[in-house]
Design a protein around this ligand. Structure first.
Ligand code: BG6
Length: 475
Protein backbone atom coordinates (compact mmCIF):
# COMPACT_ATOMS: atom_id res chain seq x y z
CA UNK A 1 0.00 0.00 0.00
CA UNK A 2 1.74 3.10 -1.24
CA UNK A 3 0.48 6.31 0.37
CA UNK A 4 1.62 9.43 -1.46
CA UNK A 5 1.59 7.31 -4.61
CA UNK A 6 1.36 10.33 -6.91
CA UNK A 7 4.25 12.16 -5.25
CA UNK A 8 7.83 12.75 -6.22
CA UNK A 9 9.43 10.00 -4.10
CA UNK A 10 7.02 7.42 -5.47
CA UNK A 11 7.55 8.49 -9.05
CA UNK A 12 11.36 8.72 -8.93
CA UNK A 13 12.28 5.91 -6.54
CA UNK A 14 9.53 3.69 -5.18
CA UNK A 15 7.64 2.77 -8.35
CA UNK A 16 10.83 1.98 -10.32
CA UNK A 17 12.16 -0.04 -7.36
CA UNK A 18 8.95 -2.04 -7.02
CA UNK A 19 8.92 -2.60 -10.76
CA UNK A 20 12.51 -3.89 -10.75
CA UNK A 21 11.66 -6.31 -7.94
CA UNK A 22 8.58 -7.49 -9.80
CA UNK A 23 10.55 -7.85 -13.05
CA UNK A 24 13.02 -10.09 -11.23
CA UNK A 25 10.17 -12.05 -9.59
CA UNK A 26 11.27 -11.02 -6.14
CA UNK A 27 7.87 -9.88 -4.91
CA UNK A 28 6.12 -12.64 -2.97
CA UNK A 29 3.54 -14.48 -5.09
CA UNK A 30 0.10 -12.96 -4.73
CA UNK A 31 1.40 -9.50 -3.77
CA UNK A 32 -1.24 -6.86 -4.43
CA UNK A 33 -0.24 -3.31 -5.23
CA UNK A 34 -2.39 -0.39 -4.13
CA UNK A 35 -1.64 3.27 -4.68
CA UNK A 36 -3.27 5.77 -2.35
CA UNK A 37 -3.16 9.54 -2.44
CA UNK A 38 -5.28 12.62 -1.96
CA UNK A 39 -5.79 13.17 -5.70
CA UNK A 40 -9.20 12.16 -7.06
CA UNK A 41 -7.98 9.90 -9.84
CA UNK A 42 -9.59 6.91 -11.45
CA UNK A 43 -7.57 3.76 -11.60
CA UNK A 44 -6.77 4.16 -15.31
CA UNK A 45 -5.31 7.62 -14.75
CA UNK A 46 -3.18 6.35 -11.89
CA UNK A 47 -1.92 3.40 -13.95
CA UNK A 48 -0.98 5.86 -16.69
CA UNK A 49 1.08 7.77 -14.11
CA UNK A 50 2.79 4.54 -13.05
CA UNK A 51 3.68 3.75 -16.68
CA UNK A 52 4.99 7.25 -17.21
CA UNK A 53 7.19 7.00 -14.10
CA UNK A 54 8.63 3.71 -15.32
CA UNK A 55 9.21 4.86 -18.87
CA UNK A 56 11.37 7.60 -17.38
CA UNK A 57 12.85 5.88 -14.34
CA UNK A 58 13.12 2.12 -14.92
CA UNK A 59 16.52 0.57 -15.57
CA UNK A 60 17.27 0.67 -19.30
CA UNK A 61 17.17 -3.11 -19.70
CA UNK A 62 13.70 -3.28 -18.18
CA UNK A 63 11.98 -0.55 -20.15
CA UNK A 64 9.87 -2.86 -22.31
CA UNK A 65 6.43 -1.26 -22.88
CA UNK A 66 4.58 -4.58 -22.51
CA UNK A 67 6.16 -5.36 -19.13
CA UNK A 68 5.54 -1.82 -17.92
CA UNK A 69 1.90 -2.01 -18.97
CA UNK A 70 1.47 -5.39 -17.26
CA UNK A 71 2.98 -4.09 -14.02
CA UNK A 72 1.00 -0.83 -14.05
CA UNK A 73 -2.15 -2.84 -14.74
CA UNK A 74 -1.80 -4.60 -11.40
CA UNK A 75 -2.24 -1.43 -9.38
CA UNK A 76 -5.45 -0.48 -7.66
CA UNK A 77 -5.88 3.13 -6.68
CA UNK A 78 -7.76 4.62 -3.76
CA UNK A 79 -8.36 8.27 -3.01
CA UNK A 80 -7.44 8.63 0.65
CA UNK A 81 -7.76 11.44 3.12
CA UNK A 82 -6.55 10.53 6.61
CA UNK A 83 -9.19 12.83 8.09
CA UNK A 84 -12.05 11.19 6.21
CA UNK A 85 -12.95 7.76 7.66
CA UNK A 86 -15.06 6.92 4.58
CA UNK A 87 -11.96 6.92 2.37
CA UNK A 88 -10.09 4.69 4.82
CA UNK A 89 -13.08 2.36 4.95
CA UNK A 90 -12.96 2.13 1.15
CA UNK A 91 -9.33 1.16 1.45
CA UNK A 92 -10.07 -1.44 4.13
CA UNK A 93 -12.71 -2.95 1.88
CA UNK A 94 -10.14 -3.49 -0.86
CA UNK A 95 -7.54 -4.92 1.50
CA UNK A 96 -9.86 -7.33 3.30
CA UNK A 97 -7.98 -9.23 5.98
CA UNK A 98 -4.62 -9.39 4.16
CA UNK A 99 -1.50 -8.26 6.02
CA UNK A 100 -0.37 -4.92 4.68
CA UNK A 101 2.94 -3.22 4.10
CA UNK A 102 2.08 0.48 4.29
CA UNK A 103 4.58 2.90 2.79
CA UNK A 104 4.00 6.46 4.00
CA UNK A 105 5.60 8.43 1.16
CA UNK A 106 3.82 11.51 2.45
CA UNK A 107 4.60 14.60 4.46
CA UNK A 108 5.60 13.52 8.00
CA UNK A 109 2.74 15.62 9.37
CA UNK A 110 0.44 12.90 8.01
CA UNK A 111 2.19 9.94 9.67
CA UNK A 112 0.26 10.26 12.93
CA UNK A 113 -3.21 10.82 11.40
CA UNK A 114 -2.66 8.05 8.83
CA UNK A 115 -1.44 5.57 11.44
CA UNK A 116 -4.44 6.34 13.67
CA UNK A 117 -6.90 6.02 10.79
CA UNK A 118 -5.38 2.69 9.71
CA UNK A 119 -5.52 1.42 13.27
CA UNK A 120 -9.20 2.33 13.53
CA UNK A 121 -9.85 0.51 10.27
CA UNK A 122 -8.11 -2.62 11.58
CA UNK A 123 -5.20 -2.37 9.13
CA UNK A 124 -2.32 -2.36 11.60
CA UNK A 125 -2.56 -5.93 12.93
CA UNK A 126 0.33 -8.26 13.60
CA UNK A 127 1.39 -9.09 10.06
CA UNK A 128 1.25 -5.44 8.98
CA UNK A 129 4.21 -3.10 8.73
CA UNK A 130 4.77 0.54 8.05
CA UNK A 131 7.67 2.21 6.26
CA UNK A 132 8.33 5.88 6.94
CA UNK A 133 10.82 8.35 5.54
CA UNK A 134 12.81 11.16 7.01
CA UNK A 135 12.39 13.81 8.26
CA UNK A 136 11.21 12.24 11.49
CA UNK A 137 10.81 15.59 13.19
CA UNK A 138 13.01 18.68 13.13
CA UNK A 139 14.32 18.26 16.67
CA UNK A 140 14.13 15.75 19.51
CA UNK A 141 10.73 16.90 20.80
CA UNK A 142 9.01 16.75 17.41
CA UNK A 143 10.61 13.39 16.59
CA UNK A 144 9.25 11.99 19.87
CA UNK A 145 5.79 13.24 18.93
CA UNK A 146 5.95 11.50 15.53
CA UNK A 147 7.38 8.30 16.99
CA UNK A 148 4.72 8.29 19.73
CA UNK A 149 1.98 8.67 17.13
CA UNK A 150 3.39 5.75 15.14
CA UNK A 151 3.79 3.69 18.31
CA UNK A 152 0.09 4.17 19.06
CA UNK A 153 -0.73 2.12 16.00
CA UNK A 154 2.30 -0.10 15.40
CA UNK A 155 4.82 -1.98 17.56
CA UNK A 156 8.48 -1.01 17.06
CA UNK A 157 9.03 -4.35 15.22
CA UNK A 158 6.44 -3.23 12.68
CA UNK A 159 8.02 0.19 12.03
CA UNK A 160 10.65 0.51 9.30
CA UNK A 161 12.32 3.95 9.28
CA UNK A 162 14.17 4.51 6.04
CA UNK A 163 17.54 6.14 5.75
CA UNK A 164 18.14 5.61 2.06
CA UNK A 165 21.92 5.72 2.59
CA UNK A 166 21.64 2.38 4.38
CA UNK A 167 20.12 0.91 1.23
CA UNK A 168 23.16 1.87 -0.83
CA UNK A 169 25.34 -1.07 -1.75
CA UNK A 170 28.53 0.81 -0.93
CA UNK A 171 27.33 1.80 2.51
CA UNK A 172 26.67 -1.86 3.30
CA UNK A 173 30.12 -2.49 1.92
CA UNK A 174 31.53 -0.55 4.85
CA UNK A 175 30.40 -3.40 7.07
CA UNK A 176 32.05 -5.90 4.72
CA UNK A 177 35.28 -3.92 4.63
CA UNK A 178 35.51 -3.56 8.39
CA UNK A 179 34.35 -6.98 9.48
CA UNK A 180 35.28 -9.16 6.51
CA UNK A 181 38.98 -8.28 6.62
CA UNK A 182 41.28 -8.98 9.54
CA UNK A 183 43.67 -6.28 8.37
CA UNK A 184 41.91 -3.22 9.67
CA UNK A 185 40.44 -4.12 13.04
CA UNK A 186 43.65 -4.05 15.13
CA UNK A 187 44.31 -0.49 13.92
CA UNK A 188 40.68 0.65 13.94
CA UNK A 189 40.90 2.65 17.18
CA UNK A 190 42.61 5.64 18.68
CA UNK A 191 45.97 3.85 18.87
CA UNK A 192 46.00 3.40 15.09
CA UNK A 193 43.86 6.25 13.73
CA UNK A 194 44.47 9.96 14.19
CA UNK A 195 41.29 11.31 12.62
CA UNK A 196 38.43 10.45 10.29
CA UNK A 197 36.70 12.61 7.69
CA UNK A 198 33.23 12.14 6.26
CA UNK A 199 32.24 14.30 3.31
CA UNK A 200 28.92 14.33 1.51
CA UNK A 201 29.29 16.98 -1.18
CA UNK A 202 26.55 17.88 -3.63
CA UNK A 203 26.64 20.20 -6.62
CA UNK A 204 22.89 20.84 -6.64
CA UNK A 205 21.41 23.90 -4.96
CA UNK A 206 17.97 24.41 -3.54
CA UNK A 207 16.30 22.56 -6.46
CA UNK A 208 12.53 22.90 -6.15
CA UNK A 209 12.43 22.15 -2.45
CA UNK A 210 12.38 25.62 -0.93
CA UNK A 211 9.42 24.88 1.33
CA UNK A 212 11.11 21.94 2.98
CA UNK A 213 14.78 22.85 2.78
CA UNK A 214 14.60 26.37 4.16
CA UNK A 215 12.94 25.03 7.29
CA UNK A 216 15.58 22.36 7.61
CA UNK A 217 19.15 23.18 6.54
CA UNK A 218 22.19 20.96 6.05
CA UNK A 219 22.45 19.82 9.65
CA UNK A 220 18.91 18.45 9.81
CA UNK A 221 18.72 17.38 6.18
CA UNK A 222 21.98 15.45 5.91
CA UNK A 223 23.90 15.22 9.17
CA UNK A 224 21.15 14.05 11.55
CA UNK A 225 20.43 11.03 9.39
CA UNK A 226 22.77 9.99 6.56
CA UNK A 227 26.03 11.26 8.01
CA UNK A 228 25.45 10.04 11.55
CA UNK A 229 24.50 6.64 10.15
CA UNK A 230 27.78 6.55 8.23
CA UNK A 231 29.65 7.63 11.33
CA UNK A 232 27.96 4.92 13.39
CA UNK A 233 28.93 2.24 10.87
CA UNK A 234 32.54 3.43 10.82
CA UNK A 235 32.83 3.69 14.58
CA UNK A 236 30.68 0.87 15.99
CA UNK A 237 32.05 -2.19 17.77
CA UNK A 238 31.86 -5.46 15.84
CA UNK A 239 28.25 -6.68 16.10
CA UNK A 240 27.82 -10.36 16.98
CA UNK A 241 25.91 -10.94 13.72
CA UNK A 242 24.11 -9.06 10.97
CA UNK A 243 20.92 -9.44 12.89
CA UNK A 244 18.91 -6.20 13.24
CA UNK A 245 19.17 -6.08 17.01
CA UNK A 246 22.90 -6.84 17.00
CA UNK A 247 23.78 -4.12 14.48
CA UNK A 248 21.46 -1.49 15.87
CA UNK A 249 22.59 -2.15 19.44
CA UNK A 250 26.13 -1.28 18.36
CA UNK A 251 25.13 1.81 16.37
CA UNK A 252 23.12 3.26 19.24
CA UNK A 253 26.13 3.01 21.56
CA UNK A 254 28.11 5.21 19.17
CA UNK A 255 25.31 7.74 18.80
CA UNK A 256 24.90 7.94 22.56
CA UNK A 257 28.64 8.49 22.97
CA UNK A 258 28.66 11.61 20.79
CA UNK A 259 29.85 14.49 22.92
CA UNK A 260 27.19 17.24 22.84
CA UNK A 261 28.40 20.63 21.69
CA UNK A 262 27.87 23.61 23.95
CA UNK A 263 27.90 27.39 23.65
CA UNK A 264 31.56 27.15 24.68
CA UNK A 265 32.61 24.55 22.09
CA UNK A 266 30.33 25.28 19.13
CA UNK A 267 32.49 28.13 17.84
CA UNK A 268 35.55 25.90 17.51
CA UNK A 269 33.74 22.71 16.48
CA UNK A 270 30.88 23.61 14.13
CA UNK A 271 30.70 25.85 11.07
CA UNK A 272 27.57 26.79 9.15
CA UNK A 273 27.69 28.27 5.66
CA UNK A 274 25.29 29.49 3.01
CA UNK A 275 26.16 29.63 -0.67
CA UNK A 276 26.15 32.90 -2.55
CA UNK A 277 26.35 33.36 -6.33
CA UNK A 278 29.11 31.49 -8.08
CA UNK A 279 29.87 28.89 -10.70
CA UNK A 280 28.57 25.35 -10.62
CA UNK A 281 29.22 22.67 -13.22
CA UNK A 282 30.49 25.24 -15.68
CA UNK A 283 27.62 27.71 -15.42
CA UNK A 284 26.90 30.82 -13.36
CA UNK A 285 24.39 30.13 -10.59
CA UNK A 286 22.49 32.30 -8.18
CA UNK A 287 23.03 32.35 -4.46
CA UNK A 288 20.71 30.57 -2.03
CA UNK A 289 18.88 33.73 -0.93
CA UNK A 290 18.27 34.77 -4.56
CA UNK A 291 16.94 31.30 -5.41
CA UNK A 292 14.72 31.46 -2.37
CA UNK A 293 13.60 35.00 -3.12
CA UNK A 294 14.31 36.30 0.40
CA UNK A 295 17.15 36.44 2.92
CA UNK A 296 17.47 33.35 5.06
CA UNK A 297 19.41 32.15 8.08
CA UNK A 298 19.38 28.51 6.89
CA UNK A 299 22.73 26.76 6.44
CA UNK A 300 23.41 24.99 3.14
CA UNK A 301 26.79 23.82 4.42
CA UNK A 302 27.91 22.38 7.74
CA UNK A 303 31.28 21.22 8.98
CA UNK A 304 31.55 19.75 12.45
CA UNK A 305 34.11 18.12 14.65
CA UNK A 306 32.42 15.20 16.36
CA UNK A 307 33.96 13.44 19.34
CA UNK A 308 32.95 9.95 20.36
CA UNK A 309 33.51 9.62 24.06
CA UNK A 310 34.37 5.97 24.49
CA UNK A 311 37.51 3.84 24.88
CA UNK A 312 37.96 3.09 21.20
CA UNK A 313 37.72 6.67 19.95
CA UNK A 314 38.90 8.90 22.79
CA UNK A 315 40.78 11.85 21.30
CA UNK A 316 40.03 10.96 17.64
CA UNK A 317 38.13 13.72 15.85
CA UNK A 318 35.51 12.74 13.28
CA UNK A 319 35.14 15.68 10.91
CA UNK A 320 31.79 15.78 9.13
CA UNK A 321 31.27 18.05 6.15
CA UNK A 322 28.30 18.41 3.84
CA UNK A 323 27.10 21.11 1.52
CA UNK A 324 25.07 22.09 -1.48
CA UNK A 325 26.80 23.75 -4.45
CA UNK A 326 30.16 22.17 -3.74
CA UNK A 327 32.67 21.86 -6.62
CA UNK A 328 31.98 18.12 -7.03
CA UNK A 329 29.39 15.55 -6.04
CA UNK A 330 30.79 12.75 -3.95
CA UNK A 331 30.49 10.91 -0.68
CA UNK A 332 33.76 9.87 0.87
CA UNK A 333 35.16 8.58 4.12
CA UNK A 334 38.85 9.13 4.78
CA UNK A 335 40.47 7.27 7.64
CA UNK A 336 43.83 8.82 8.55
CA UNK A 337 46.12 6.32 10.24
CA UNK A 338 48.78 7.44 12.65
CA UNK A 339 52.33 8.12 11.48
CA UNK A 340 55.04 5.51 12.10
CA UNK A 341 56.46 6.00 15.62
CA UNK A 342 59.86 6.97 14.28
CA UNK A 343 61.01 7.68 10.70
CA UNK A 344 64.33 6.14 9.68
CA UNK A 345 64.12 8.20 6.49
CA UNK A 346 63.94 11.60 8.14
CA UNK A 347 67.71 12.09 8.58
CA UNK A 348 68.19 12.11 4.81
CA UNK A 349 65.21 14.33 4.24
CA UNK A 350 62.75 11.55 3.33
CA UNK A 351 59.17 12.52 4.09
CA UNK A 352 56.53 10.06 5.13
CA UNK A 353 52.81 10.63 4.76
CA UNK A 354 50.70 8.64 7.19
CA UNK A 355 48.60 5.95 5.50
CA UNK A 356 45.05 6.77 4.54
CA UNK A 357 42.11 4.58 3.71
CA UNK A 358 39.88 6.48 1.30
CA UNK A 359 36.45 4.98 0.81
CA UNK A 360 34.54 6.59 -2.05
CA UNK A 361 30.87 5.66 -1.76
CA UNK A 362 29.52 7.61 -4.70
CA UNK A 363 29.39 8.42 -7.56
CA UNK A 364 32.18 5.89 -8.23
CA UNK A 365 32.70 3.11 -5.73
CA UNK A 366 36.26 2.50 -4.79
CA UNK A 367 38.55 1.94 -1.88
CA UNK A 368 42.10 3.27 -1.90
CA UNK A 369 44.79 2.59 0.67
CA UNK A 370 47.74 4.95 0.43
CA UNK A 371 51.15 3.46 1.14
CA UNK A 372 54.71 4.79 1.06
CA UNK A 373 56.96 3.21 -1.58
CA UNK A 374 60.55 3.83 -2.67
CA UNK A 375 61.03 5.56 -5.97
CA UNK A 376 63.26 3.43 -8.22
CA UNK A 377 66.82 4.74 -8.56
CA UNK A 378 70.43 4.56 -7.36
CA UNK A 379 70.36 7.71 -5.24
CA UNK A 380 73.22 7.93 -2.76
CA UNK A 381 71.68 10.41 -0.36
CA UNK A 382 68.83 8.45 1.17
CA UNK A 383 65.79 6.77 -0.34
CA UNK A 384 63.22 8.91 -2.07
CA UNK A 385 59.76 7.83 -1.08
CA UNK A 386 56.47 8.42 -2.76
CA UNK A 387 52.89 7.93 -1.64
CA UNK A 388 51.11 5.44 -3.88
CA UNK A 389 47.60 4.03 -3.78
CA UNK A 390 46.46 0.47 -3.58
CA UNK A 391 43.21 0.76 -5.48
CA UNK A 392 40.16 -1.39 -5.38
CA UNK A 393 37.57 -0.28 -7.88
CA UNK A 394 34.27 -1.84 -6.97
CA UNK A 395 32.61 -0.25 -9.98
CA UNK A 396 35.13 -2.11 -12.17
CA UNK A 397 35.18 -5.41 -10.22
CA UNK A 398 31.40 -5.63 -10.37
CA UNK A 399 30.82 -3.86 -13.65
CA UNK A 400 28.45 -6.51 -14.95
CA UNK A 401 26.16 -6.17 -11.95
CA UNK A 402 23.32 -3.68 -12.25
CA UNK A 403 23.54 -0.94 -9.67
CA UNK A 404 20.28 -1.06 -7.81
CA UNK A 405 18.24 1.81 -6.47
CA UNK A 406 18.75 1.84 -2.68
CA UNK A 407 14.99 1.41 -2.24
CA UNK A 408 14.97 -1.98 -3.98
CA UNK A 409 16.97 -3.45 -1.14
CA UNK A 410 14.99 -1.58 1.50
CA UNK A 411 11.60 -2.60 0.11
CA UNK A 412 12.63 -6.23 -0.13
CA UNK A 413 14.00 -6.21 3.43
CA UNK A 414 10.78 -4.63 4.73
CA UNK A 415 8.72 -7.26 2.90
CA UNK A 416 10.90 -9.92 4.57
CA UNK A 417 10.60 -8.17 7.95
CA UNK A 418 14.36 -7.59 8.26
CA UNK A 419 15.03 -4.34 10.15
CA UNK A 420 18.85 -4.38 9.98
CA UNK A 421 19.02 -1.53 7.47
CA UNK A 422 16.29 0.54 9.10
CA UNK A 423 16.73 3.05 11.87
CA UNK A 424 15.42 2.26 15.32
CA UNK A 425 13.59 4.83 17.40
CA UNK A 426 16.41 5.22 19.94
CA UNK A 427 18.90 5.93 17.14
CA UNK A 428 16.72 8.74 15.79
CA UNK A 429 16.41 10.23 19.25
CA UNK A 430 20.11 9.99 20.10
CA UNK A 431 20.94 11.63 16.75
CA UNK A 432 18.49 14.47 17.41
CA UNK A 433 19.87 14.98 20.90
CA UNK A 434 23.30 15.66 19.42
CA UNK A 435 21.99 17.82 16.55
CA UNK A 436 19.88 19.84 18.99
CA UNK A 437 23.02 20.56 21.04
CA UNK A 438 24.61 22.16 17.97
CA UNK A 439 21.56 24.26 17.18
CA UNK A 440 21.30 25.32 20.81
CA UNK A 441 24.99 26.27 20.76
CA UNK A 442 24.59 28.33 17.58
CA UNK A 443 21.54 30.03 19.03
CA UNK A 444 23.32 30.84 22.29
CA UNK A 445 26.24 32.52 20.53
CA UNK A 446 24.08 34.11 17.82
CA UNK A 447 25.98 32.33 15.02
CA UNK A 448 24.77 32.95 11.46
CA UNK A 449 25.85 30.94 8.39
CA UNK A 450 29.02 32.30 6.77
CA UNK A 451 28.81 33.03 3.06
CA UNK A 452 30.67 30.92 0.50
CA UNK A 453 30.73 31.13 -3.25
CA UNK A 454 28.72 28.45 -5.06
CA UNK A 455 31.26 26.02 -6.50
CA UNK A 456 33.69 26.33 -3.56
CA UNK A 457 34.35 24.03 -0.61
CA UNK A 458 32.41 26.14 1.88
CA UNK A 459 33.45 29.12 3.98
CA UNK A 460 37.13 29.57 4.97
CA UNK A 461 36.18 28.82 8.56
CA UNK A 462 35.64 25.21 7.49
CA UNK A 463 39.36 24.98 6.68
CA UNK A 464 40.16 26.65 9.98
CA UNK A 465 37.99 24.10 11.79
CA UNK A 466 40.33 21.19 11.04
CA UNK A 467 43.57 23.21 11.03
CA UNK A 468 42.81 24.36 14.55
CA UNK A 469 43.33 20.75 15.62
CA UNK A 470 46.34 20.18 13.36
CA UNK A 471 44.46 18.39 10.54
CA UNK A 472 43.46 19.20 6.94
CA UNK A 473 40.58 18.08 4.75
CA UNK A 474 41.61 15.57 2.15
CA UNK A 475 40.95 17.10 -1.30
C1 BG6 B 1 18.21 13.56 0.91
C2 BG6 B 1 18.29 15.02 1.20
O1 BG6 B 1 17.88 12.86 2.08
O2 BG6 B 1 19.46 13.09 0.41
C3 BG6 B 1 18.71 15.79 -0.06
O3 BG6 B 1 17.04 15.50 1.64
C4 BG6 B 1 19.97 15.21 -0.64
O4 BG6 B 1 18.89 17.17 0.24
C5 BG6 B 1 19.85 13.70 -0.80
O5 BG6 B 1 20.17 15.83 -1.91
C6 BG6 B 1 21.18 13.10 -1.21
O6 BG6 B 1 20.99 11.76 -1.52
P1 BG6 B 1 21.94 11.01 -2.57
O7 BG6 B 1 21.45 9.60 -2.57
O8 BG6 B 1 21.76 11.73 -3.88
O9 BG6 B 1 23.33 11.15 -2.05
Amino acid sequence: MLFGATGDLSRRMLLPSLYHLWRETRLPPGTRLIGAARSQLDVAAFRAQVSEALEAGAAAQYREPAAIAEFAGQFDYVHVDAGDPATIAALAAIVGDSACLHYFATAPGLYGPLAAALKDAGLTGDGSRVIVEKPIGHDLASSIAINDALADAFAEEQIFRVDHYLGKETVQNLIALRFGNALFEPLWRSEGISFVELTVAETVGLESRAGYYDGSGALRDMVQNHMLQLLALVAMEPPASLDAAAVRNEKIKVLRSLRPLTAQTVGACAVAGQYGPGVSEGGAVRGYAEELGKPSGTETFAAIRADIDNWRWAGVPFYLRTGKRMPQRYTEIVVHFRAVPYSIFARDGGLLSPNKLIIRLQPEENVRLTLMAKEPGLERDGARLRELGLDLSLSEAFKDVRRRIAYERLLLDAIDGDQTLFVRRDEIEAAWTWIDSIHAGWLAVGAAPKPYAAGSWGPPSSIALTERFGHSWHE
